[in-house]
Design a protein around this ligand. Structure first.
Ligand code: CNA
Length: 282
């Protein structure tokens, strides 16, 4: 016999049940999937929000199509759009972590974070104090750089001063090719760390929290689908995305602004002071 309607209802995850489980320490291995939406309140636009998203605001770069800014062949012909974007978002220069980044840091400090898979390249999770061991920056970061032709590594500080101070792409000292930070462009392979960790993480997590992403870029977009079928999944976003469908017993959708929602969640669980403490130190 399958579950009766009433037992299915009893098993259904709700905000109240999730809060209670967080308070009582039921979840011990939380897997987080994050996207550009968690950095919007820091001042960094996302890609796809109509009007404010980067894709609607790329006129100044004169790109043939929006994704060209992260296209390796286009970079080879015209690195300036990416250089200009990098100058804007280079970690530690202009933007500070949001309440949501601090919430992720809080999960880490409480020892209940399995891993964060972030699609963001702004480095704000690390700046918020997330232990590097608990972080997979799926689309790379600005902390290292290399030649797009011969692959030689290039000093990241020198790359930063070329791009941020001089506003130009550095040239490889070995082969004369163009250098870029180790941001994963379309068609490039993801960091090894992703494939090394993701299988174990999806198999062992006991809650998935997805925040601020349209879940349109694979393979990260598929992570929430790879967890066991009875694992609770919480989506904190402005809209329903990916395989989250309303009324699925394992899923809870908290609709709206992620900073407001994680603050509310922390209030309910009793973690708000801790959250504010982390925020005040970033
Ligand atoms: P996206 O496709 O732009 O989607 C963003 C999602 O977040 C949308 O569903 C929005 O509705 C939602 N959203 C926006 N603001 C908020 C908010 N305040 N609270 C809750 N939800 C919100 O971005 P994805 O991350 O899904 O796309 C993957 C791309 C984006 C990756 O390759 C990134 O490298 C790239 N990107 C990164 C950054 C960054 O590093 N900060 C910025 C822009 C784009």
């Amino acid at each position: 016999r399958g579950p009766t309607l009433s037992s299915a209802a009893a098993d259904r995850i709700t905000l109240d049940k999730m809060v209670e489980s967080l308070r009582e320490g039921v979840y011990e291995k939380i897997l987080v999937v994050a996207g550009a939406g968690i950095s919007c309140s820091a001042g960094i636009p996302d890609f796809r929000t109509p009007g404010s998203g980067l894709y609607d605001n790329l006129h100044e770069y004169d790109l043939p199509y929006p994704e060209a800014i992260f296209d390796i062949d286009f970079y080879r012909k015209n690195p300036m759009p990416f250089v200009t974007l990098s100058k804007e978002i280079w970690p530690g220069v202009k933007y500070r972590p949001t309440i949501t980044h601090c919430f992720l840091s809080l999960l880490g400090k409480r020892g209940i974070l399995q891993r964060i898979y972030t699609q963001n390249i702004d480095g704000l999770e690390a700046i918020a104090g997330v232990n590097p061991e608990l972080l997979v920056e799926c689309h790379g970061n600005f902390r290292s750089s290399g030649c797009i032709d011969c692959g030689s590594s290039y000093n990241a500080d020198d790359c930063k001063s070329s791009m941020v101070m001089q506003g130009e792409a550095p040239i490889c000292t070995s082969c004369g090719g163009l250098v870029k930070p180790t941001i994963v462009f379309f068609g490039e392979v993801m960091p090894n760390r992703f494939s090394q960790l993701v299988h174990v993480d999806v198999a062992s997590c006991d809650l998935v929290i997805v925040l601020g992403t349209s879940l349109l870029v694979d393979p990260v977009a598929s992570i929430p689908n790879w967890v066991k079928s009875d694992v609770h999944r919480c989506l904190i976003n402005r809209d329903v995305v990916g395989s989250f469908i309303l009324n699925k017993p394992t899923d809870v959708f908290l609709e709206g602004d992620c900073d407001e929602i994680v603050r509310k969640l922390c209030q309910l669980v009793g973690w708000e002071d801790e959250l504010d403490q982390i925020y005040s130190h970033t």
